[in-house]
Design a protein around this ligand. Sequence first.
Ligand code: 6R9
Length: 635
Amino acid sequence: MTNFQVKTYEEYQQAYKRSIEDPEGFWSDVASTFTWRKKWNTTLEWNFEEPDVKWFKGGKLNITENCLDRHLKTRGNKLALIWEPNDPKERFVRFTYRELYEKVCQFANVLKKNGVQKGDRVCIYMPMIPELAFAVLACARVGAIHSVVFAGFSAVSMADRINDAGAKMVLTSDGLNRGAKQIPVKRVVDEALETCPTVEKVIVVERLGWAVNMVEGRDVWYHDEVQDVSKDCPAEVMDAEDMLFILYTSGSTGKPKGVVHTCGGYMVYAEYSFRNVFQYEESDVYWCTADIGWITGHTYLLYGPLLSGATTLMFEGVPTYPDMGRFWQVCDKFGVTIFYTAPTAIRALMGGDIDEVLSYSLDSLRVLGSVGEPINEEAWHWYHIHVGKERCPLVDTWWQTETGGIMISTLANVTPMKPSHAGLPLPGIEPILVDSEGNEIKENGVEGYLCIKHPWPSMIRTTYGDHERCRLSYFSTYKNLYFTGDGAKRDQDGLYRIIGRVDDVINVSGHRFGTAEIEEAINHNSHVIESAVVGYPHDVKGQGIYAFVICKDRPENDEWLRAEIIETVVEKIGKIAKPDKIQIVTGLPKTRSGKIMRRILRKVAEGDVSNLGDTSTLLDPTVVDEIVEGSLSKA
Ligand code: 6R9
């Protein structure tokens, strides 16, 4: 069993048993397959009260030595990264492990030359171009903490994240391509930086060749800086528990929080889970379609595959450009063997002409994956039949930004697969379902709150700058358990089906938003008095955003008002958080204590107004009639 990749169900069972009975021995053995500058003293120290979790304490390493240097001898000429541009007419670019090593070292030297030191926070706001991959790894190389902000977020969102992390530098590009559109990225950065006093330097990568405003003394072009730097850069030696990165994600309350992952444990679990879930083989061509701005891009586009010595594909574009066949065309072009995407993409492509899939051979595919939200049975079967030709196992991988890696999933061809079920937990992962009092639900077939009992190496360590928030969000709901925020059901065979969030988090096309976060954005509009946001089932996005808004005045034609509200959300968060429906109302259903009864609003948004339940505790039950009357989702 090299690298602890289980190959059969029996091996899985043995590994699982050992990982539960002797977690420290188990993870210590897995960790031993990596390159460490110094071995750890203690495998695990933990308590979930604080929480305080330390894996491989005393161990010293650099994750990029494990992603790059250790492969140079045996895989120096193997392809590490294939980059496919947005426009299929533009030429793709490939990098061997040796070339990637050099690119990362050069970028690392540019960072150093511009004053970045170990422990500094660097914000990366870049499109899906190779330099984004180099930049992330370059930060890790010099011990800087990367905070990648998805390049679809607005200037306000970026500024919030930069200020929360106290970032010293921003790495960006002149602009980006997204399907038929081109977007001036640097302009968004300039706007954000008006309110970011900690940022000293901005390094700009040229992508579109657009003229951009360069601030003297602050902004430099990457292509100028890289001219005279070395292709070698010694890796900074990091403690296993030093921060590797911060990634912001939404919770049910307040502003997005900076989830912190550390070097040692994240590394060990990224490779372990990648190999096992996808049953990786040396000859694979692996494609994860996620943007590096999300956790899936971090762990399963970059770190996991590179740690494993795999060939990973990075795609700049979108699934529907220039047509609905683009994903499949790219699969054929590069002989992709493992393909990992999100249900929302599958649902969007299902809507197209079936010939858009059938005209490609897809012969090279071996394993399919899904991530980000529950995959409904229809999408599951379409993906399995038309893309996988019923030949490829489809792994439905459940995990979170906070978990760092895949927690519950079928291991391809190894553990049982069932439509719309994530399946069994990975070795080392101990899920439990609890009822609202926190009592363990032992029987199967019952829905419960999904929690995790024991630490795993890539778990969240803190929320940046606010440890108490980490404790409150994940470790205070149920004593001695990590609470995921998801509801789940275990079938008679012990396979888990994830039902979805049980808190005020909505999942739109696999992107997480807190309802409070969107409400706050809407309330910034000067016409708005108050708002309430809920999710509702959406055919393509999984969930759509439905906003009930009270405005100061109610014009006869409120189309422009709605457009303005959307504009405000785009400005505060970004296009991805645009409400799908805005209903202007004169009141919201509130209890006597002033709490909004979201249950009622959810029903209205779902178009199910026949049974609104008990409304007698409302301060003014008549507002419900008005809301139902004006509903935009009437069945
Ligand atoms: C990796 C990622 C996490 C939330 C999570 C859950 C939902 C993710 C899922 C899934 C059902 C799956 N989720 N994968 N639900 N089946 N296979 O998506 O991280 O952006 O933090 O979202 O996404 O609700 O709690 P993140």
